[in-house]
Design a protein. Structure first.
Length: 147
């Protein structure tokens, strides 16, 4: 029987691919970083702590990039748009609302809008990180429950 483990890329390459996929998935590109994380865990379950950290960092960095683009895009936006119901909701909730930034479709919009509203960067980064860490930790936990 062939040794399939010998065919796997080195841990560093797998983690780098996860980092890139997680970053890109948090931008407007339609990628599913969860698939990359689960594939890595299936191939190398021993890497779960590093995979959890790398996915969280990559996805948070991607969301912060989207936040920064929203902040930069503010100069080209009609000020009346800042009075929309979605903007009012995020303004009322503030940075803790970014715990939901991991949600498909909604998350990207939340990050852009948070930048657009010029919510403070440090609390935004904290809440983004907590939400994304919780999501990936739940996935890792579910993966090991299923195996």
């Amino acid at each position: 029987m062939p040794d399939f483990a010998a065919l796997l890329p080195p841990a560093e390459a797998s983690l780098l691919a996860l980092l890139v996929a997680s970053f890109l998935a948090a931008t407007l590109l339609p990628l599913a970083s969860e698939v990359w994380l689960l594939a890595l865990l299936a191939a190398r379950p021993d890497l779960w702590p590093a995979a959890l950290a790398v996915a969280t960092v990559g996805n948070t960095a991607g969301s912060l990039t989207t936040y920064a683009l929203g902040r930069l895009g503010r100069i080209a936006v009609d000020p009346a748009a800042l009075a929309s119901p979605r903007a009012a909701w995020l303004r009322r909730r503030g940075p803790p609302a970014l715990l939901l930034a991991w949600l498909p479709f909604v998350g990207d919009a939340l990050c852009v809008l948070a930048g657009w509203l010029e919510l403070p960067a440090l609390p935004v980064a904290l809440w983004l990180t907590l939400g994304k860490l919780a999501r990936y930790a739940a996935l890792v936990w579910l993966f090991f429950q299923a195996t």
